[in-house]
Design a protein around this ligand. Sequence first.
Ligand code: KIV
Ligand code: ZN
Length: 551
Amino acid sequence: MLKEPWKKYRPFPPVELPDRQWPNRVLTRAPIWCSVDLRDGNQALAIPMNVSQKLELFNTLVKIGFKEIEVGFPSASNTEFRFNRRLIEEGRVPEDVWLQVLVQAREDLIERTFESLVGARKVIIHLYNSTSPAQRRVVFGKSKAEIIEIAVRGAQMIKDRLPRLAGTEVRLQYSPESFSATEVEFAKEVSEAVMEVWQPTPERKMILNLPDTVEVAMPNVYADQIEWMCRHIKNRDALIISLHTHNDRNTGTAKTELGLLAGADRVEGTLFGNGERTGNLDIVTVALNLYMHGIDPGLDFSDLNAIVEVYERCTGMIVPPRHPYAGELVFTAFSGSHQDAIRKGLREWAAGGREYWDVPYLTIDPTDIGREYREVIRVNSQSGKGGVAYLLETQFGIELPKDLQREFGPIANDEVDRLGREGSAAELKDMFWREYIERTWPWQLQSFATESLNGTVRCRARLLRDGEPVEIRGEGNGPLAALVHGLVGFGVPRFEIIHYSEHALSEGEEASAIAYIQIRHADGRTRWGAGVDTNIELASVRAVLSALNRS
Ligand code: KIV
Ligand code: ZN
């Protein structure tokens, strides 16, 4: 990199708008959405979609709720032309959906575009030409007046052919391509020249799309450009102002959100931001950002995983694991403190009584978009006891006492560390079983019987000790006290039970219970044990032996 980058690059000049209004506004409703997946998105694929992939993606976009879909550049390739014809001829476009097609200001291309639209119900014809100083100088070698001339000729050619689409509802759209790199005064001039030809009215509006074709400045500058246009262009009420942002500086989402504050009505973009270079605006993110603020986005992402699956299969692109809302790891917490906070927040939410979602680290409820709480926490060697306990409880109904969580957490973390990857819930349960439930050496239960006389319980336990059968008898004020008495009488060093709890594990005839016991030895050491049995008394006896076996 250069030591003196200012010698090669320069800052982008701000827009003169001292009384800008957008910073004081808030968004209160969703814009009109237009998906450009099948055009701008498709155009940027190493292997463009074939017709059947395009059809599948089109159906998915319709299902999501898009009412405006740019289906392609029908004059640019036979595939795009045939795709357009199939949609129209096979009646695949719902009555309320507008088919949008893109075309440059060239007569042959406009001709072919019109051919592709015959018989359609609702169409948006999208004309564009580039307007920035670099495009004027480098690509076209034309003056501002000549650039306006291109736009006006294209607009006129379209206007002249409109009678050919009798019976079709037509809306016209113009984009001064590279708008954000164009002087606002010139963008206004060229747009007004097109408006002069198309004569939009408040009843028959045209779309003026103001693309951030290549990001050249910060989002506040784009917002200023949009507000400037909204305030200075003539007949604003005859226009639908549209945004079309890209991501060269990774701020396409911010640009769109600020552009909406600045007065825009419509947003073009793609699912998950597929598009040229660093991609187009990700409509899923902007829509769910609105949803997160309680605004109905008018698009349905309740099964986001299914949409990701169709998108990845049709485009060959991958949604990165940390992609907002859709990425595989988005609702996953690895750090112990995050896991703990999420667990408490989800509990509070599940208990009811809170009006608004306010769970730490989770911006929205994952289940609203078809993702599951189960995905929220996975355990790795950095996870805390909270994550381990949460998984055992939510996946298997194992409710570890707090202090046992503290004992088992580090044991599980060490084991996960040895695995060298994340541990699944099933693996954690296996670890717990190995550590507590299946501890049958040196003590193992064969049978346990009690009888009660005048408030005293007597027990007879048949056990294996180091594999050898032994019989132990004891008495106390309950079965466990009798067992402890019998074991100590048999020569086991003195110990006492300081915690006992149990709960059912599953329902039905085979219902089993799990008991948790903590013992304290004469020297003050404590140990946890756990036992499972269909009989709760036997589960607790097993738990005592488990604690002894772990001592
Ligand atoms: O990015 C862009 O400027 C475009 C135009 C054709 C609208 O895709
Ligand atoms: Zn674009």
